[in-house]
Each structure stands twice: as structure tokens, then as C-alpha cells.
Ligand binder design. Structure first.
Ligand code: B12
Length: 477
């Protein structure tokens, strides 16, 4: 039986400094379906932009019996539009939604968008295969599938929370062979030029032990961190190198160094593959020796969530780190010879004041990373911040789900008790401008250029950034 998996277009405009990531989630679901005897196909509208007409043609010609969509809150409206087209093109097909949004708002989404027949909470490998089996056996409408909400003939059948976590030891390797691999080439991660790297993403663990109020990842994989056995991760990495010519990996776990021993095992294994890699982690989960070993095994960039330079706000957002830990982590990363990236947020908490944001501005200078991002807080449904902002009346009224992506374009849907939405936007833009347009930063980048590719990369990134700043300035008046 043919099954189709679809990723809707990204809200992130594809810019040359941001590469598209492979939809590893869909590759994992496809691999699980294939292992169970189904014939999966993937349509990734991030890498293959199709008109609605061409999408409808692809759907009809696929003759799929199950069509699965992945979405985050900002992309769920787009996924629903695609599901409606899919239903028109293949009226017998069963449509299912999964991903972060469905994990948080399964029932609400099925009620709002009846073109979805199922919404899956949490990990999807087991539930998706169960949906496929139910459809194949003609019993979808009467099925009760753990973790899945079904909409059948106007009735909503709620299968509750997923019964058991997926066994990470025996997961089949993600079906990257179903992707048009060539269409993802570009900068593997901000800061590294495209054209040299052929990158993919790897997950060494699932779950995050953090309590950060702005995050909702616990709804997908929970708070318990479960590691994949290192030999399985290495088997996947080797397969990527041998079959797909991959030479760079982005480790996309929430906290790569959550378990120091596991991180060391990974370094030992990846070193043998002679590739480069980058990761995200927490400043309180690294030490000088670990970072040195990571660099020695090919790690070229580490990104840390710092969020704010105000100790008071760090406490309020339950980040669980200190400014001292952050300062040390950036010092060690620099010493180890890796690029460092710091993520910051403006509008972290209802109580955040302009002087807290001023503290962030000064702290950026103290850390002096190679790259920063300053996001405007987007209190996604499912996060504690969403509840806090709503309760304080600080979230814009009548938001559509797609509006949660507006902050990505520099537009704030929220404010704090003392800082307006417009002011948050100005402060965000100012922090970015001051960081990237400093003569000393530009000189440092110029001094570090190794070849013409890097020169072209940073030149284009600079132009793009200047364009963003000018556009936002006009927008904000
Ligand atoms: C890597 C990552 C990205 C990657 C892209 C990953 C991708 N899949 O496309 C990048 C860096 C590009 C990215 C961008 C964004 N991200 Co992001 N991202 C993550 C991160 C860290 C891991 C996601 C991941 O790949 N996990 C591994 C895979 C295997 O898991 P998965 O995708 O959840 O899939 C599993 C299940 O969800 C389910 N499933 C998924 N799809 C489907 C489909 C079907 C049919 C079924 C049955 C099941 C199913 O089964 C899968 C296997 O078990 C999560 C945090 C987290 N830990 O979840 C945030 C997270 C998903 N991102 C988030 C957000 C908000 C964004 C952005 C909107 C904004 C931003 N600030 O980055 C953009 C939007 C991008 C876009 N497409 O428009 C939020 C989503 C919140 C929400 N309510 O939707 C999260 C949860 C972080 C948070 N802030 O809390 N992201």
C-alpha cells in the first residue's frame, strides 16, 4: 500500500546563510512504514516548491491511501490547506497530522480542520504504522490508536497519550534515500559556507530535561532524555557518508552534551569518519576538556541558548544557567578553536523591562561570540510562556496559528508589562545591528577568511542582513 508524507513550506525564507534541513522526522516515519511492508514517498515542499495545481497532480498520481503531514504551529494552517487539496484530489485517502503542533493541540486542530482524519501526539513511528495498518485492513473508522485522535464521521475518538516510548535501539535508519538529496545543498548551518559541505542532521537522543518557559518540546519527546546507542548513531553516520557523500553533520538534539559520557563516545566514533559537525547545547553542560575533545573530533561550531543577559530574567524563565557559566562556555569554545553562536530572546517574560534588555545588550559584548540570533519571543501554545502572556493580557488578540511565525520576520505578537511590541522590535534590531555592523566584527571576519567561498558567503550574508535591517526599519517607521 502506498503512503505519502508531506512537509509544508517553511516560514523561514530560504536565505543563502540558512540551509534547508532534511525532514528527518518524515524519513523516520517512512522507514518505519517501509519496515512494515508499506511503500512510502516523501514530498518536501521546503525543498521542492510546488504550485497548488502541481501538488494536486502529484497527490492524484501517487494513489496513496494514507497521507501524513508534519507541522509546527506556524506551518499548520499551510498544512491544512494542503490536506484540503489532498482530500479533493484523492477523496478516499486518510490524512494524518503529526509534529509539535499536533502533539500540543491534537483535538483542537481536528475540530478546526476536518480535512485531517487523524492527529498524532508525540513520537510518530508506532502510531503512523498503526494508522497505515488500520487503513489497509479497512478498520480505520473503528480504531483506537494510543496517542492518536481520530475524526471519523464527525465523531472524535481520542486515543489519549502515547502508550510507550519508541524503542530507540531498534529504530530503522531514516529513509534519506527518499529525498532529493541534491536539492538541500547550501550552507549547512549559519556561519559555514555552502558548496563545500554536504550536510545532514543527526539525532543522538530524544527529550529535554530543561524547564525553559518559552519551549514546548516536552510535548513531543517528554522531559526524560533517552539516548540512542552510540553504535546505532555511528551506523547512521557511516551510512550517510558512504551512500550520500555527507561530509558535515548537524546534531539537532536539544542538548547534545546532556550526558558527557555519551558525548565523548560520539566524539570518538565521529573522529574516525573524518567529517565536520556542529551542535546545540547548554552552557552548564560543557567543560574545557569536553569542548577541546569535540573540536579535535571535527566539531566546528557550538550554539548555546543564553536567552538574556539579566540574571533576574534567567531565573524567571527557568533557564537554569548563570551568566558566569555562559562566559566560561564561550571562552572555552573560542579557545578550542570552534565557532560559537549565542541565541538570545527579546521579550522573554512578562516582567522583562528595558533595563533587562539593556543587560542582554551588554552581555552580548562580554561573550563576543562569532554569531548571535536575537529572536522576539513567540509564546507558542503548549509553553508556560503562552499561559503567562495570556494571563497578563500581553498576547495579541485573535491570533491565527500562522501568526506565531510572525516574530521570525521581526514582528512581535506580544509585549511585556513595560515594553511595547514596537519597542521590542526596535531593540531586537538594534542588538543585531550593533553586533554585526561593528567595524571590529567585520574586520575579524575579514581576517579569518580562508578562501573565496568564505568571502562570497560572508559578503552575501552581510548584504542579506543589511536588507533585513532596512526592511524592518521601514516597517517600524
Ligand atoms: C530541529 C528543529 C528545527 C529545524 C527543522 C526541523 C524540521 N523537522 O523541519 C529548524 C532549525 C529549521 C527549525 C525551525 C523552526 N522551528 Co524548530 N525545532 C527543532 C527541534 C530542536 C527538533 C525537531 C526535530 O527535528 N526533532 C526530531 C524529529 C524526529 O522529531 P519531530 O520532528 O518532532 O517528529 C516526531 C514527532 O513529532 C512525530 N511527527 C512529526 N511529523 C509527523 C507527521 C505524521 C504524519 C506523524 C504521524 C507523526 C509526526 O513523529 C516524529 C518521529 O517520532 C524542536 C525541539 C524538539 N526537541 O522537538 C524544535 C521545535 C519543533 N521548533 C519549533 C519552532 C517554533 C520552530 C520555528 C517555527 C521557529 C524557530 N524559532 O526556530 C521554525 C519553523 C521552521 C519551518 N518549518 O517553518 C518549536 C515548535 C513549537 C510548536 N508549537 O509548533 C519546537 C518544539 C521548539 C520549541 N520552541 O518549543 N526547527
Amino acid at each position: 500500500m502506498k503512503v505519502l508524507l508531506v512537509r509544508p513550506p517553511s516560514i523561514m525564507k530560504q536565505e543563502h546563510s540558512h540551509a534547508l534541513q532534511h525532514p528527518i522526522n518524515l524519513c523516520l516515519l517512512a522507514a518505519a512504514a517501509r519496515q512494515d511492508g508499506f511503500a512510502p514517498e516523501i514530498i518536501d515542499l521546503e525543498s521542492e516548491p510546488l504550485s497548488q495545481r502541481d501538488f494536486a497532480i502529484r497527490i492524484s498520481s501517487s494513489n496513496a491511501k494514507v497521507i501524513g503531514f508534519t507541522a509546527m504551529t506556524p506551518t499548520v494552517d499551510a498544512a491544512a490547506e494542503l490536506a484540503a487539496i489532498a482530500k479533493q484530489s484523492l477523496s478516499q485517502a486518510i490524512t494524518a497530522l503529526g509534529g509539535a503542533h499536533a502533539s500540543i493541540l491534537a483535538r483542537e486542530t481536528l475540530i478546526k480542520y476536518p480535512q485531517f482524519n487523524a492527529a498524532v501526539r508525540g513520537e510518530g513511528e508506532i502510531s503512523f504504522v498503526e494508522i497505515c495498518r488500520a487503513v489497509e485492513q479497512g478498520r480505520f473508522a473503528d480504531s483506537e490508536i494510543a496517542g492518536t485522535v481520530l475524526s471519523a464521521g464527525g465523531d472524535i475518538l481520542d486515543g489519549g497519550t502515547p502508550q510507550k516510548p519508541v524503542d530507540l535501539e531498534n529504530l530503522p535508519l531514516p529513509a534519506r534515500d527518499l529525498l532529493r538529496m541534491w536539492s538541500y545543498r547550501g550552507a549547512p548551518t549559519p556561519g559555514l559556507p555552502g558548496g563545500v559541505y554536504n550536510a545532514t542532521q543527526l539525532f543522538t537522543a530524544r527529550g529535554c530535561a530543561g524547564r525553559c518557559v518559552f519551549c514546548c518540546s516536552e510535548h513531543v519527546f517528554g522531559r526524560k532524555v533517552r539516548h540512542r546507542p552510540t553504535h546505532k548513531v555511528m551506523e547512521e553516520a557511516l551510512d550517510c557518508v558512504e551512500r550520500h557523500g555527507v561530509n558535515h553533520f548537524t546534531i539537532d538534539n536539544d542538548t547534545f552534551t546532556h550526558d558527557r559520557e555519551k558525548a565523548l563516545e560520539f566524539c570518538e566514533g565521529i573522529k574516525r569518519l573524518n567529517v565536520t559537525w556542529d551542535c546545540d547545547t547548554r552552557v552548564d553542560r560543557v567543560d574545557e576538556e569536553l569542548l577541546r575533545i569535540m573540536a579535535d573530533s571535527g566539531c566546528v561550531k557550538v550554539a548555546f541558548g543564553v536567552e538574556t543577559g539579566s540574571p533576574r530574567i534567567l531565573e524567571l524563565i527557568k533557564k537554569g544557567i548563570t551568566l558566569e557559566q555562559a562566559t566560561k562556555a564561550f571562552e572555552w569554545t573560542r579557545k578550542a578553536g570552534m565557532m560559537s553562536c549565542a541565541f538570545f530572546i527579546a521579550g522573554n517574560h512578562p516582567e522583562e523591562t528595558e533595563s533587562d534588555i539593556e543587560a542582554t545588550r551588554s552581555f552580548i559584548r562580554v561573550l563576543d561570540p562569532d554569531l548571535i540570533t536575537v529572536a522576539i519571543a513567540s509564546p507558542y501554545p503548549g509553553s508556560e510562556l503562552n499561559l503567562m502572556m495570556k494571563e497578563a493580557g500581553l498576547l495579541e488578540d485573535n491570533l491565527k496559528w500562522s501568526d506565531y511565525g510572525r516574530s521570525f520576520q521581526g514582528d512581535s505578537i506580544t509585549r511585556t508589562k513595560t515594553v511595547s511590541a514596537q519597542r521590542l522590535q526596535e531593540l531586537q534590531r538594534r542588538m543585531l545591528r550593533e553586533f554585526y555592523m561593528r567595524p571590529s566584527y567585520i574586520l575579524r571576519r575579514l581576517r579569518r577568511l580562508k578562501n573565496h567561498r568564505e568571502a562570497a558567503y560572508w559578503f552575501k550574508a552581510g548584504l542579506q542582513f543589511a536588507g533585513y535591517i532596512v526592511k524592518r526599519k521601514k516597517h517600524n517607521g
